[in-house]
Write a protein that binds this ligand. Structure first.
Ligand SMILES: Cc1cc2nc3c(=O)[nH]c(=O)nc-3n(C[C@H](O)[C@H](O)[C@H](O)COP(=O)(O)OP(=O)(O)OC[C@H]3O[C@@H](n4cnc5c(N)ncnc54)[C@H](O)[C@@H]3O)c2cc1C
Length: 405
């Protein structure tokens, strides 16, 4: 039987306590306090005992993420930046190039008068900091517990959990990464375009100090990124045509380092060691609807992008803060939680940024992934041109910093 609107057990239920769901929980702190909101987060993977190397759930695994300057500012407002920056490496310069071609683009923090264009932070560390902050807030945790069924009902949604409990929420936020089947249960379609590429991720040692340089290099096999980590270490994101990563995953460390050196060249110095390797199949997935009455879709559930431009989480965090600001405006004006006027305003506020970032990331991959005869020259010219001036260059800098255009 349907629960009547006024008996929703919760004002907000967040499905997924990964990077996005946990950030949203932290961002809701002032509203929880001011309006005594009843908020729950449901996370399927168990929390481990805290340790700097802890790998514990899909969001907070061995990856490190490039966190744009705009995102650092958002984390600062959430009260977590001081702790985050303890394990963060500043990006002072970004070097974009194409293997075997003349032309490179350098973007530097100095030219835009900032201390850093962004920071690289291990996901596991971000997870610990966010969850420590969450533990201090007055919100409910269901973990480990999976949302198995979701269905609309008057005044919100009804959620059935794997631990046998049932919740009803005026506003449900899907931050489940998009692979749990909940969008499909609700009949929300997604546009999917496989890149036919797999990203191989590993932590690598380098012989030279990286001096805060992040590299993006476009090779015949696909794009690679090397991001600075504390000490003489860098995070490698190496894209392979789907299936071809298997041989590299299986190689001994010595052979892997030789192959990496060949593909990347010696601009970052000599690769001296490699940590555990992980593989992520890549596709562009965009949900066709980001809001419905009583429902908002955030993070990877709304948009999963190619990782080479480092945009996915940065875009999602802008969505998190925009959602909270829109809810705040609505509550201050006496609006009801989850009403479509509020969620529609939120969606409108996000649409331009979301479209821009999806086009930018996808366009970058397609521009550098094409093998038409004249394109290498055009790309090199583009890179050189990018180094001189022009709107594309400004666009790249602004996107790298996590600013909307
Ligand atoms: C290789 C790689 C490198 C990347 N690098 C960057 C980068 O440098 N910068 C950047 O901005 N972005 C980067 N990204 C993108 C970034 O990782 C994602 O945007 C981010 O992880 C999305 O977080 P999320 O919380 O939406 O989803 P997820 O990380 O998938 O987390 C979803 C959470 O929901 C939980 N869950 C799932 N189903 C259920 C359920 N039914 N009930 C309860 N809980 C559930 C899961 O256990 C998980 O904890 C990268 C992505 C990849 C693949």
């Amino acid at each position: 039987m349907d629960t009547p609107a006024h008996t929703a057990t919760h004002d907000i239920v967040i499905v997924g306590g990964g990077l996005v769901g946990a950030s949203l929980g932290c961002a809701l702190a002032p509203l929880i306090e001011r309006y005594a909101l009843k908020v729950a987060i449901i996370e399927a993977a168990p929390l481990p005992a805290p340790s700097p190397q802890a790998e514990w759930q899909p969001s907070f695994d061995a990856r490190a993420s490039a966190i744009a300057a705009g995102s650092a500012e958002r984390f600062r407002r959430l009260g977590v930046w001081q702790a985050m920056r303890r394990e963060a490496s500043p990006i002072k310069r970004i070097h974009i190039s194409e293997r075997g071609r003349f032309g490179a683009t350098r973007l530097s923090a100095d030219e835009v008068n900032v201390e850093a264009l962004g920071h690289v932070i291990p996901n596991a560390w971000m997870g610990q900091v966010l969850h420590q902050r969450l533990a201090a807030l007055d919100l409910e945790w269901h973990c480990p517990a999976k949302v198995e069924r979701i269905a609309p009902q008057p005044g919100g949604h009804r959620l059935e959990l794997s631990d046998g409990s049932t919740l009803s929420a005026a506003l449900t936020v899907l931050a489940d990464g998009g692979r749990s089947g909940l969008k499909e249960q609700l009949g929300i379609d997604s546009h999917q375009a496989a890149y036919a590429q797999t990203a191989l991720i590993a932590n690598v040692g380098v012989s030279e100090p990286h001096r805060g340089v992040a590299y993006e290099r476009f090779t015949a096999e696909g794009p690679m990124a090397l991001l600075p980590l504390p000490g003489n270490a860098m995070e490698l994101v190496w894209t392979h045509p789907a299936g071809e990563e298997k041989a590299r995953m299986a190689m001994g460390d010595g052979d892997f380092l030789t192959a990496l050196q060949q593909a990347f060249g010696d601009r970052a110095g000599r690769f001296t060691r490699v940590g555990k390797r992980y593989a992520y199949p890549l596709s562009l997935v965009t949900a066709q609807e980001a809001v419905r009455p009583g429902l908002a879709v955030l993070g990877n559930a709304a948009h999963a992008l190619h990782p080479v431009a480092g945009q996915g989480f940065n875009l999602a965090l802008r969505g998190v803060t925009d959602l909270v600001e829109t809810l705040e405006d609505s509550l201050a004006a006496g609006g009801a939680m989850g009403d479509m006027a509020t969620l529609g305003a939120f969606d409108q506020r996000r649409a331009r940024d979301r479209r821009g970032v999806v086009r930018f990331s996808d366009g970058l991959i397609r521009l550098f992934g094409t093998t038409l005869p004249l394109l290498p020259q055009a790309r090199a010219a583009g890179l050189v041109g990018l180094n001189l001036a022009g709107p594309l260059r400004r666009d790249v800098i602004r996107r790298a910093m996590g600013l909307e255009r």
